[in-house]
Ligand binder design. Sequence first.
Ligand SMILES: [Mg+2]
Length: 156
Amino acid sequence: MTNDLHDLLEAAIIILDDAVSGKNDKRDKQVEEERHILDDAVSGKNEHVTLDKNQIKSVELPKPCNGPLYAGWSPANYLCKVVEEIGEVGEAFDAYDRDPGDMEKWGHLMEECCDGIVALTGLMDCLGCDEGARQSFMRGVNKSNATRDNGKRFKE
Ligand SMILES: [Mg+2]
C-alpha cells in the first residue's frame, strides 16, 4: 500500500470514527433532513418531490452485505472492502482494456463494478444510512448533477 493511500485511509477512518462516536453530528443532521424530505415525499406533503414506491420495487437495488458473516465489521472494515473492490475494478478494467473485444472480460468488469457499488452500499448501511435514506441521497446527487455545468453532465 502506498503512503498516500495509507494516509487517505487513516484520514477517512478518523472521519468515520468521529461520525460513529457522535463527534461529527453533521452527517446525522443531514441524514435526518433527508429522511424528512423522503417522509414528506411518501406521504404526499411535498408536491415537488414525489416517490413512486412501485418504481423502487421494480429496479434491482444494491443489497448491503450486513448478515451474520459481517457481525463484527466496523465502518473501517467496510471502507477497506470498498478500497479492495475498487482495486478489483482496476484489475478487471486493465484486462478488458488490453482486449476490448472480449465480452467475457467486459462482463467480469461489469460484475466488479457491481461489487464496488455493493461495497459502498455496505459502508453506507453500516453508518446508519438505510435504503430510504440512500434513495434520498441518490435522488439529491442525481438532481444536483442534472443542473450543474449548465445541465451538460447527462445525455439529452
Ligand atoms: Mg470483486
